[in-house]
Design a protein around this ligand. Structure first.
Ligand SMILES: [Zn+2]
Ligand SMILES: [Zn+2]
Length: 290
């Protein structure tokens, strides 16, 4: 966005606060607000996640990139052709259905900063990702619960998980290192679970974080590993988004999860049925864009 919005020269300061909980990282974007709305696009990229967020001042965040280059066409639809930069890219975890599309994005876009866990995981595309980050000299910040990314005066991302530093760590289940975040715009909020499973949901419930959200991006493509009843009760979303591929081989989303969401009266948007799902927020609520 910087290329065009000359007044929006992007500066951010990183301040480290050593507190009892550990080091809190705080990024402040000094960008003039142009007015407008927060947009969130859940791209239909098949079996995977790719979520694009644009604040009213033009600051953009891409959370995961889906399983292949199809995210590029999606970005082309929502970004002007001259805009070849994205402020922040978040890799929730290095599984191919979240990572592979990001590699294509990294090759073609200028990325100001990557937020990731740096968790150890042996797949060739993760090595390529690491190599490209170095080659393109991208600033990398290791994600940890307690961080806050301020996108505009009213919009921020609260990083709720992982609960510790996973850099170089090889957990039995990579999903235990998940970046979970909550996007907040005034009183409107959206919880982005990545592929987080029930164990993380329970930890989040006990973390003291405010888990209430208007929209829940259900964890792990609607798999029954995630979206527990206890969790739903506290988050109490009006809407759930499930990002899954048509006729995917995992059988995502699981009927059990669909039934549970419906029993809570939660409206479900599935990318395998609806295609791209877009929400706009005015700071009070989120509205689905048809
Ligand atoms: Zn996944
Ligand atoms: Zn995964």
């Amino acid at each position: 966005m910087r290329l065009f919005h000359r007044v929006n020269f992007f500066q951010y300061t990183v301040l480290g606060f050593a507190v009892a909980a550990g080091l809190i990282w705080f990024a402040v974007f000094k960008v003039e607000a142009a007015g407008g709305l927060l947009r969130v696009h859940f791209f239909d990229v098949g079996q995977g996640d790719a979520i694009f967020v644009e604040a009213e001042n033009g600051n953009q965040v891409l959370i995961d990139g889906g399983p292949n280059g199809s995210v590029l066409a999606k970005l082309g639809e929502v970004m002007p052709f001259w805009d070849k930069s994205i402020d922040i890219v978040i890799l929730t975890h290095p599984h191919a259905d979240h990572l592979d599309g990001l590699i294509e994005v990294l090759k073609r876009y200028d990325i100001d900063m990557v937020l990731e866990t740096g968790v150890s995981h042996s797949i060739p595309e993760y090595e390529e990702w690491r190599r490209l980050l170095k080659e393109k000299n991208v600033k990398v910040v290791v994600a940890k619960a307690g961080q806050k990314v301020q996108l505009s005066d009213s919009v921020f991302l609260d990083i709720l998980a992982p609960f510790g530093n996973f850099e170089g760590v090889s957990p039995k289940n990579v999903h235990d290192s998940m970046i979970v975040s909550k996007l907040v715009n005034g009183s409107a909020s959206l919880l982005l679970m990545g592929d987080a499973e029930k164990q993380i949901e329970y930890r989040l419930l006990f973390s003291g974080a405010d888990m209430d959200a208007d929209i829940l991006k259900a964890g792990h493509h609607g798999s029954k590993t995630s979206t527990s009843e206890e969790f739903l009760r506290v988050v109490s979303p009006e809407v759930a988004v499930i990002s899954a591929g048509r006729k995917n081989r995992y059988g995502h989303p699981h009927q059990e999860v669909i039934d549970r969401l419906e029993s809570f009266g939660i409206k479900i948007f599935r990318t395998d049925i609806y295609g791209d799902v877009v929400f706009v927020s005015d700071g009070l609520t989120f509205q689905e864009m048809p």
